[in-house]
Write a protein that binds this ligand. Sequence first.
Ligand code: UD1
Ligand code: MG
Length: 454
Amino acid sequence: MLMKVVILAAGKGTRMRSSLPKVLQPLAGKTLLQHVVDTAKELNAEQILTVVGHQSHLVEEAMADQGVDFVAQTEQLGTGHAVQQAIPEIADNDTVLVLYGDVPLTAKNTLEDLLSSVSDEHPLALLTINLDNPTGYGRIVRDQHLAVQAIVEQKDANPEQLQITEVNTGILAAKGAQLKSWLSQLESNNAQGEFYLTDIIAMSVADGFAVQTTQPESEIEVLGVNDKCQLQALERQYQLQLADELMVQGATIIDASRLDIRGTVEVASDVQIDVNVVLENTVKLGENVSIGANCVLKNVEVAANSVIHPFSHLEDCVVGKNVNIGPYARLRPGTELADEVRIGNFVETKKAKIGKGSKVNHLSYVGDTLMGEGCNIGAGSITCNYDGVNKHQTVIGNKVFVGSDSQLVAPVEIGDGATIGAGSTITKDSPAGELTLSRSKQVTLKGWQKPVKK
Ligand code: UD1
Ligand code: MG
């Protein structure tokens, strides 16, 4: 038996008021559609068929590397019509799971439950939920034995049916053979003049197949997004859920409502995260790591006991143990800090490997640099790595002392134990163990008079 997923993503999403198609709007740093595709992949779907229509080229472009197949629905004639477009790809013996490109957070186990309730005897299963306020949703109509009879859309429902609180989430699973036969019988004689996917429920009942229903654990799993307000609300709700997961792993989060996770975060015990922190892509934080307020970390690994002080920005970096960074540090891609390194305020690094215990404490730029252990780079020192055309490497040995306000003009090498006098412009290799400086001699003009105002 093969399981195929059909994702409906052809709708216009008018209420988003955006040039970006609705299913490409971001939730926690990932498009809505990507969330759904990732879930389909977790379910080991044989094929993922995405029904596209409105701005389909943008959707196809965004998902080009995802291994999904696209099915065009040129006119949006309803959810039933949308699924019909995928039918040529469906074999009788397949099980089909219908998901929605704008319902991003359905849990894998919820869908596994739904899929396991489909069989030859029960070729149709629905995901339903009870809502305090069912307005807008299709209502699940049951008979006196609680068997599902039909789904009635809000616009087609009578006053009695409008009282029903069990609603259709839209998500369903069906056997290919029956699904094909039911879809071919759909008509559009309803309030919206659309081919409703939901009409297959009554057809299943008429064919003598009792419709199975399962429910998700939490409402967030079936929430759809139609406008920017709902997008924001879902984002916050989801972020709180992600923060909870980190706290369960042992992280101390000062305020879960002021943390944003846009990727995968791994934390060891006693990690502390202060307010307004954004974690993107893949972030790994070792035991007892502390992230100060207003830091952004994107694709970063930080080993145990390191402290990142407030307002620091790190991207594509590896940070060792017992490292101190910031406040106000910017670590750009390719920065690798060994254990016990200290990077102070207003320091920028890029493609820089900095050895154990080295310190760059104030207002420096260190780029395209290989630095040894135990160095001290004075305030305002700069590696001049760019000649306007090419980038060049600076190599600094172990236990080097660079006096403040020095420029190391790459390519250049500073030997082990060398000292560079403050204010030097170093253009040639500087030997190990020696003091090198380039500085014009200091003079005092005795008796010099300040000018007087005329
Ligand atoms: C649908 C269900 C309703 C359910 C609700 C849950 C039907 C007839 N109704 O109603 O019972 O309670 O979802 O949110 O199925 N789409 C296409 N092509 C189309 C039409 C829709 O791809 O021709 C896509 C839309 O982009 C959207 C999804 O299908 O992502 C649902 O369509 P929508 O029109 O919003 O259905 P609802 O009226 O919300
Ligand atoms: Mg809808």
